[in-house]
Design a protein around this ligand. Structure first.
Ligand code: PFF
Length: 698
């Protein structure tokens, strides 16, 4: 069923859409974010939560966003409003998170432009690069160049002066983004034929070059040797899921908006899987390129008698792309060319991700207000640029890190994803979306997908949220376990000396204000909504309500379960076997409540009735109960885990486990992509009209 009759602009071809979505997903997050997050969070062990996040959560949610965008033909807020006005805020929440990203993401692009400029100069002046140096002193030189000379970096919360060199390239970045999208998605679908394959090609060249360097295997050991103990920390899981959502551009409304421009007959399920696999493959290969090259650098410097080990240069955050890697490339013959290739790759990777966010914010505003795109885009670009100026100051990098970490953190994008799945899953008929996607896809989703969105994904995301939240609150200065035994409600926002920490406060304020602003935005009357532009789903209008009695029972069970679990999370448990019995009782009640409410929803759906809202809320509460139970188990199991340093063995050669991990990951990527292409080809063969082989793809 199509919700809207009006004609909306569409992508020219299936390739144009897939490339645009891949262009959004594959960005700085893959080449710069993923490798250092993996390195910081357990090496190859990080791949476990990351693969779960990508494949068990990411791709099903991508299908959810694609089918919602495709069905509603609207940007995120209106698409959510189409499922019921009270859910519109979820769409705005993602859009606001996207807007936060659009203030700092182009600043990193601006750095790339500057470094690209230096590399081009290097090509013309005989290979001299301003950050190049030898040995361990050379590393200092590379650090000095980035932090002191280029950023004029100062520590602490003070902003200092605006750096004009960064402002200039930030302006260029915004200008390029503006010209890419000002003509609409038709032009975007052409631009991405350049901005997606080109960086892939260059990444391949960097990877092959890296792997051919002597010493590369030692570098890979840093990447692929697992440190399993990191899995006991909630932050590892938080970062893996945050990174997966960020990398797939998920829950920011971007994929939903892109799918709203998709042709009515286009495939959804297979496209989403290809996009997820392509994004995962790019991150993984980027890691190979980075660490193999760093291994080569370690070898070259050791040969020259001035050894620099990989851990001497690898630093978290921007240090990897703007200090370690440029330094490593400067050790190779033809260094200026290699730097050019690297920064050009970053620019082309980042630009289509950056404009995809702009497009989704733009489409959200235009769809809500019916204002002209040609006016909203320049105003929005100026506002984005204006906020971005904060990050071009001497203290800008500190603030950039604060805001970026907040997006990945407890209150960040994973929580938006949780809200998206649990609210749609229980308050709306997501099975309807499954049918919508199946009607036009190369292969069919089973009912498991509906349960994944309604129950399993919320449980996974909910567990991580609750685990992280309790962890935040019980850090040495959290309110539950103050160092001196005193309760301090805001302890987790303070430093070791009991002083308020501005970075923590602002980071939290930014992400907490997002849902509040989102609710306010959803309350603004829109000419389109009020005119009945976005019709409600028929289930919302159906008169018959079914499942009141079982709904009431499920609600009581879910509340009883919460009454045991919430105090337990706060550390208030009854000791001994009674306490254990109560917890087991509570999880049994929660599972029972989920089963009953889900049955009520399915039955109502099958009979074209409206499920009792008691069952809907029982479902939401009991799903969260189950998450709370898992979080409680994890807290109990991991409370002893210590923050161990990375094992020394990381510096040695690849272990057998690492080879096994490498083989499994490559199999996943190659096998997965081959399967998707096979399904696309067989589906195309099935659907093709016998007389013509043309134009069958859409
Ligand atoms: N997915 C992009 C990356 O990995 O760099 C970044 C991004 C794009 C995040 C679009 C969010 C978004 F809405």
């Amino acid at each position: 069923m199509e919700l809207l009759e009006e004609q909306r602009e569409t992508w020219g071809s299936r390739g144009g859409f897939v490339l645009a979505a891949v262009g959004s997903a594959v960005g700085l997050g893959n080449l710069w974010g993923f490798p250092y997050k993996l390195y910081d969070n357990g090496g190859a062990a990080f791949l476990i939560p990351y693969i779960i996040a990508m494949f068990l959560v990411g791709i099903p949610v991508l299908i959810l966003e694609f089918s919602m965008g495709h069905l509603s033909q609207r940007a995120a807020p209106d698409a959510f409003a189409a499922t019921g006005k009270r859910l519109e805020f979820v769409g705005w929440w993602g859009i606001i998170m996207g807007f936060i990203i659009i203030t700092f993401y182009p600043v990193i692009l601006a750095y790339c432009f500057n470094f690209l400029g230096h590399s081009i100069q290097g090509i013309f002046n005989g290979g001299q690069l301003p950050w190049a140096g030898e040995g361990i002193e050379g590393v200092e030189k590379a650090k000095d160049f980035f932090y002191k000379e280029y950023l004029g970096h100062t520590e602490g919360p003070g902003l200092g002066e605006i750096r004009l060199n960064i402002v200039l390239t930030l302006f260029i970045a915004w200008l390029v983004m503006y010209f890419c999208i000002f003509r609409g998605v038709k032009l975007v679908s052409k631009i991405v034929w350049l901005t997606v394959p080109l960086p892939w090609l260059m990444l391949l060249v960097l990877t092959i070059n890296g792997l051919m360097l002597p010493g590369s295997m030692k570098g890979l050991a840093y990447y692929l040797n697992p440190d399993w103990s990191e899995l006991a920390k909630p932050t590892t899981w938080q970062f893996a899921f945050g990174q997966a959502f960020f990398s797939l551009s998920l829950a920011f409304g971007v994929m939903l908006t892109y799918a709203s421009f998709l042709h009515r007959k286009s495939d959804i399920n297979n496209n989403a899987t290809v996009i997820g696999l392509a994004d995962f493959a790019t991150s993984f290969i980027a890691g190979l390129a980075i660490f193999a090259t760093l291994g080569g650098m370690a070898f070259v410097t050791a040969e020259a008698g001035n050894p620099v080990a990989v851990e001497d240069v690898v630093a978290g955050g921007p240090g990897l792309a703007f200090v370690a890697f440029p330094y490593a490339l400067a050790q190779l013959p033809g260094s200026a060319w290699w730097s050019f290739v690297f920064f050009f790759t970053l620019v082309t990777l980042g630009i289509d991700s950056a404009f995809s966010i702009t497009e989704s914010v733009l489409a959200a505003i235009v769809d809500k207000t019916a204002w002209r795109r040609s006016i909203v885009l320049p105003v929005m670009s100026l506002v984005g640029l204006g906020f971005g100026l904060v990050f071009t100051t001497q203290g800008g990098l500190n603030w950039l890190g604060t805001v970026a970490d907040a997006i990945y953190g407890t209150w960040g994008i994973g929580l938006v994803g949780l809200a998206e799945c649990i609210l749609l899953g229980w308050l709306w008929r997501v099975d309807h979306l499954r049918r919508h996607a199946n009607e036009r896809s190369d292969w069919q989703l089973g009912r498991w997908w509906t349960y994944a969105i309604r129950i399993f994904i919320p449980i996974i995301l909910g567990t991580i949220f609750i685990w992280s939240l309790v962890n935040d609150l019980t850090t040495p200065h959290g309110f539950l376990k103050g160092p001196d035994g005193q309760w301090d409600l805001f302890g987790f926002l303070k430093g070791p000396d009991g002083q308020w920490e501005l970075f923590k406060c602002v980071g939290l304020a930014v992400v907490i204000s997002a849902p509040i602003i989102a609710v306010l935005m959803s309350m603004i009357k829109s000419p389109r909504n009020s005119g009945g532009g976005v019709p409600q789903h028929p289930a919302a209008r159906a008169g018959w309500v079914s499942g009141r009695v079982p709904g009431t029972i499920a609600l009581l069970l879910s509340i009883a379960s919460a009454a045991v679990l919430i105090p337990s999370l706060a550390g208030l448990t009854i000791a001994g076997s009674i306490g254990t019995y109560l917890k087991i009782e509570s999880i049994v009640m929660a599972i029972g409540a989920v089963a009953v409410s889900s049955y009520v929803l399915d039955k109502a759906d099958d009979n074209g009735r409206r499920p009792s809202s008691l069952a809907q809320w029982a479902g939401i509460i009991s799903t969260m109960d189950i998450s709370a139970f898992f979080a409680l188990c994890l807290i109990g199991m991991t409370s002893e885990a210590v923050d161990a340093a990375r094992p020394v063995s990381a510096a040695e050669n690849l272990s057998e486990t690492s080879y096994a991990i490498l083989a499994v990951v490559l199999l996943l990527i190659i096998g997965g992509l081959s399967w998707c292409f096979y399904r696309a080809l067989t589906a195309a063969g099935r659907d093709a009209p016998p007389q013509s082989a043309d134009g069958i793809i859409m």
